[in-house]
Design a protein around this ligand. Structure first.
Ligand code: FAD
Ligand code: NAP
Length: 698
């Protein structure tokens, strides 16, 4: 600071804002990085912090505008790294004017398929407002269901003019200059300078560049008489002939070298040094569905007897999974690096790089091999974002292919992006196959693809019932072939797990055992809420469809053992509403459920079969779990309102959980004789009391 003239310092400070992010899977962080990068291009300074670093920033003292990007996780919760911050601002003792000095803008991320859309952001937004803070810019609600970028991009675009207005509206020029005059050599670092001078920020439109080199000799242009059908590689007018607004080319930030020397052996625990990772054998695999079922459900039994894993029914755990070896080999081939796969990867951030937030260097172990990196570190199936497409276009020599990539990342090509990339789950490898003249350097992939995420699975067993074992169930995810990809493929983790257990020995009852037990690496992800009630006498209602029955198997096994071990204890009623397609093909755990009923662990079980042929009598049986809930609306209402009962929902968030919520609201409407709004309030209060608990995922 000493070397900077007062004027420069003032200029810098007045263009400063605080940028905070709360992220679960890295999206908010990536967006904050994008904002930061664009801010720099505009001569603004964004001080970026994760919301978890509450010691690094102080909203209590903050005088510059604050921009918050925050996602939503679980059942409408703020992300894990924002929990501490949220707890802090939720302190009931804070006065109403606590943040009266604060001006902020907030971008909330969520998925409208879930019941509590963008709730992580809404909670923070509401609380800041309650404490006197005022928005300088309208809150944005970005929806992952339809594409975050639909809101994120315009929100960021207009953020700059909102910030400009905010800076301009602050008229404390004189005061600041006076404060600047008081800054002495002795105490520069202590001065608090508000970012509120009356300045005009020159808005240089860098983020979108018009591409108007006209329609190139586009493969997209069909021959005369040919049907004009757009596809991943082909476009049709007007898109194929219009000027395009495309994102700014992101500046590269990585230097990548592949050395000939032997790479360091990296074990999987080096990927998550902060987690306790256990590598455990798969003792048994069982196929729970018949061959002609719509989906294949597998149950794996892990031997955890040699570990310190201490889980409760309702907890999940994460499975570290590799990318499919065939795709990794194809990618190496496309990158022209097949012969260097065993070489040691050396990554460094370019000295002048301005990139902030998570960098590839943060999570890729030092000196690992290229093969290890592509197998375990990078989500090579991730949906390529528009900035990535923009960067790929630069690496594409064929003019028509380059134009099509530009179209797909342009504002005008948004609908094609959604149809041919997002909806088809196109990966970077699919793109390199579809656009053969695109030859990106490895560094570009490392800069644009996110970290490979471990996949979560709910424990489907209880340690009381199965000491030393941990069971889980999953459906093998299948992606059908599409116009950008000829072959079908399986989900990264479920495909890998199903291949892993395929070579096992088939015994009776579809149970497979192994000559040599395969091993997988896992770590525990405890749930905060999704556990049996502490008071065993209260009744519980469990609602799940398909693999959503998983945690309830753990609950029921646990209850069965508790009932045996605690004879004098009172146990409340247990209701299970379970949805599957067919009695014969995918009625998961049918035998075990019957046993629970027979021994009194399960007092009521209502199974809906969505694809059974119609019955002979004229009464249609309930198709889905929510239909069955309505049949027993009296009991459901009584349990929840008079008996202090718990309502658990697990499984598909996109449809089932939403519809169950609607059914519950309907039940409250009818039983209370109130309108929908009032019923929704009652259902929400159940949630606030933590008696309506969801563990749902899309
Ligand atoms: P991926 O390769 O990651 O592909 C899945 C993605 O592709 C999803 O985003 C999905 O929306 C999308 N997709 C799927 N099919 C298609 C298609 N045909 N076309 C386009 N897109 C498609 N799952 C279980 O089965 N059992 C559990 O007990 C379980 N518990 C969970 C607990 C928690 C707390 C969480 C967060 C998730 C849980 N899941 C569970 C989900 C699980 O973590 C994985 O997401 C799932 O198994 C898919 O992983 P994958 O790597 O095989 O698929
Ligand atoms: P699924 O096999 O797709 O469906 C199970 C049943 O639900 C079928 O009978 C299906 O009927 C029915 N169904 C479809 N739409 C419905 C609706 N709107 N309301 C109620 N029922 C409906 O189930 P799945 O693949 O196992 O899906 C479970 C999902 O939950 C997966 O995404 C899985 O990853 C997730 N999961 C999450 C957790 C967790 O978060 N802890 C745990 C386990 C599973 P039709 O097909 O006949 O319409």
């Amino acid at each position: 600071m000493f070397g900077i003239s007062r004027r420069t310092m003032c200029e810098t400070l007045k263009r400063r804002f605080l940028l905070l992010y709360g992220t679960q899977q890295g999206q908010s962080k990536a967006i904050a990085e994008e904002i930061c990068q664009q801010a720099e291009q505009r001569g603004l300074v964004a001080d970026v912090f994760s919301l978890k670093d509450t010691n690094e920033f102080s909203l209590e003292k903050e005088k510059a505008p604050v921009v918050i990007v925050i996602s939503t996780t679980g059942t409408g919760d703020p992300p894990d790294d924002a929990q501490k911050f949220v707890k802090k601002i939720k302190d009931k003792d804070l006065p109403e004017d606590y943040f009266a000095h604060l001006r902020y803008g907030l971008l909330a991320l969520g998925d409208s398929e879930y019941t509590y859309f963008c709730n992580g952001g809404k909670v923070v937004d509401r609380r800041l407002e309650e404490l006197g803070a005022r928005r300088f810019y309208d809150t944005g609600y970005a929806d992952d269901c339809v594409g975050l970028e639909l809101v994120v991009e315009p929100w960021i675009k207009d953020l700059w003019s909102a910030l400009e207005r905010e800076f301009s509206s602050r008229v404390e020029n004189e005061k600041i200059i006076r404060e600047m005059n008081n800054v002495t050599n002795a105490n520069h670092n202590m001065v608090e300078i508000p970012g509120n001078l009356d300045v005009h920020i020159q808005t240089i439109s860098l983020e979108r560049q018009p591409v108007s080199d006209g329609p190139p000799p586009n493969k997209a242009t069909p021959d005369a008489g040919q049907e004009a059908e757009p596809s991943l590689v082909h476009s049709v007018p007007p898109l194929s002939s219009c000027s395009l607004n495309i994102p700014a080319l992101p500046a590269p930030y990585l230097d990548v070298q592949i050395l000939d020397c032997a790479a360091k052996e990296s074990d999987l625990s080096s990927l998550y040094p902060e987690k306790e990772i256990f590598t455990v054998p798969i003792r048994q695999a069982k196929t729970l569905t018949t061959q002609d079922a719509v989906k294949t459900t597998l149950m794996l039994e892990l031997d955890i007897s040699d570990t310190t894993i201490d889980f409760q029914p309702g907890d999940s755990f994460a499975v570290l999974c590799p990318n499919p070896p065939g795709e990794v080999a194809d990618l190496l081939n496309k990158l022209g690096l097949s012969d260097k796969k065993d070489g040691q990867v050396c990554l460094s951030v370019k000295p002048q790089a301005k990139k902030r937030g998570t960098l590839a260097t943060d999570y890729i172990p030092e000196k690992c091999s290229l093969l290890y990196l592509l197998t375990w570190c990078l989500e090579i199936r991730a949906l390529p974002k528009k900035a990535f497409l923009r960067a790929l276009a630069e690496q594409t020599s064929d003019v028509a292919e380059r134009r099509r990539l530009q179209e797909l990342c342009s504002k005008q090509g948004n609908s094609d992006y959604n149809s041919f990339i997002r909806d088809q789950a196109i990966s970077v490898l699919d793109l390199l196959n579809a656009f053969p003249s695109c030859r990106p350097p490895l560094g570009l992939l490392l800069e644009h693809l996110p970290r490979l995420q471990p996949r979560s699975y709910s424990a489907a067993s209880s340690r009381l019932f199965h000491p030393g074992k941990l069971c889980f169930i999953f459906n093998v995810v299948n992606f059908a072939p599409c116009c950008g990809r000829r072959a079908a493929r399986k989900g990264v983790c479920t495909g890998w797990l199903s291949d892993l257990v395929r070579g096992s020995t088939d015994t009776s009852d579809n149970i497979n055992t192994f000559a040599a037990e395969p091993q997988i690496s896992i770590f525990l992800r405890p749930s905060t809420l999704f556990h049996l009630p502490l008071d065993s006498s209260v009744p519980i209602i469990m609602v799940g469809a398909g693999t959503g029955i998983s945690p309830f198997m753990g609950f029921l096994q646990h209850r069965e053992m508790q009932r045996q071990q605690q004879r004098g204890c009172v146990f409340g009623d247990t209701w299970l509403f379970f949805g599957c397609r067919s009695h014969e093909k995918d009625y998961l755990f049918g035998d075990e459920l019957r046993r629970f009923v027979a021994n009194g662990t399960l007092t009521h079980v209502k199974v809906s079969f969505s694809r059974e042929p119609p019955c002979t009598d004229d009464k249609e049986p309930p198709k889905y779990v929510q239909d069955y809930l309505k049949v027993f609306s009296r009991d459901v209402f009584r349990i929840l309102t008079q008996e202090n009962g718990y309502f658990y929902v697990c499984g598909d968030a996109k449809n089932m959980a939403k519809d169950v919520h609607a059914a519950l609201t309907e039940i409250f409407c009818a039983e209370l004789g109130v309108d929908k709004l009032e019923a929704m309030k009652r259902v929400t209060s159940l949630r606030d009391e933590r008696r309506y608990i969801q563990d749902v995922w899309g």
